[in-house]
Design a protein around this ligand. Sequence first.
Ligand SMILES: O=C(O)C(=O)C[C@]1(C(=O)O)C=C[C@@H](O)C=C1
Length: 94
Amino acid sequence: MDDTTTPPQTSEDVIDAGRTRIDDLDRRIIALITERVDISAEIQRVRVAAGGARVQLSREMEVIARYREGLGKPGTTVALTLLELCRGRVGPRA
Ligand SMILES: O=C(O)C(=O)C[C@]1(C(=O)O)C=C[C@@H](O)C=C1
């Protein structure tokens, strides 16, 4: 008999390990969203300072299309939520 084989994982083990990975992913997603908000704010700040509009709908349509392509119909909601977070953040973050 080979005593070095690892014991089978219980369902609790699988759930715990999956949740650890999800928690890590969520932290990384939040960091990426925060980075996106900052970059978007910079673009908007420069555009407004140059006399342009804060919002550019044609670009927002491209963003929405990308998320819809990647995630299906719910991708539209994800894109709209991201744009809501990013839109209008011209000043420094609170
Ligand atoms: O790409 C731009 O021109 C931006 O200002 C960024 C951004 C975005 O967050 O994706 C935000 C506001 C605009 O209405 C369009 C897009």
